[in-house]
Design a protein around this ligand. Structure first.
Ligand code: DAT
Ligand code: MG
Length: 151
């Protein structure tokens, strides 16, 4: 569990709304470690790969068009339980159902513009990290807060 990692992305709406620092700070303050980060404009084909599991859904095309419409901040965060708890920080898929205090609950209103993506389990985390990042883009380092976050 010590090297658990998840893929988190701020979608084009979150980037354009100036929410990068707000969102990054929520993961950072929790105690998670940032191990990769880059700003990219994914192609439509790349977005279709990222959301391949949803290809039968009626919103699939619009979703992929949207993800590829502008800069996305792609990140990998590491920490004990980060996959599951990262999803808690993000909140429910539809911001109408996201609790206040969550990223989507506090910062978004509709499902089609819910500003952030997070891997939903260990296998998707691995697949998404591999899709978005080359191995050498993942930085292994000791963060000096670790002794205080974990004791
Ligand atoms: P999540 O992003 O919470 O993992 P998901 O994987 O089910 O949710 O869907 C991926 C994205 O697709 C979601 O963040 C927003 C969009 N989406 C999901 N359900 C939708 C719907 N009913 N209408 C429009 N967009 C939807
Ligand atoms: Mg999902």
């Amino acid at each position: 569990a010590e090297l658990e990692r998840t893929f988190i992305a701020i979608k084009p709406d979150g980037v354009q709304r100036g929410l990068i620092s707000e969102i990054v700070s929520r993961f950072e303050r929790k105690g998670y470690k940032l191990v990769a980060i880059k700003l990219v404009v994914p192609s439509k084909e790349f977005a279709e790969q990222h959301y391949a599991d949803l290809k039968e859904r009626p919103f699939f095309n619009g979703l992929c068009e949207f993800l590829s419409s502008g800069p996305v901040l792609a990140m990998v965060w590491e920490g004990q339980g980060v996959i599951k708890y990262g999803r808690k920080l993000i909140g429910a898929t539809d911001p109408q159902n996201s609790e206040p205090g969550t990223i989507r609950g506090d910062l978004a209103i509709i499902v089609g513009r819910n500003i952030i993506h997070g891997s939903d389990g260990p296998q998707t985390a691995k697949d998404e990290i591999d899709l978005w990042f080359k191995p050498e883009e993942l930085i292994n380092y000791a963060h000096n807060s670790e002794n205080w976050v974990y004791g």
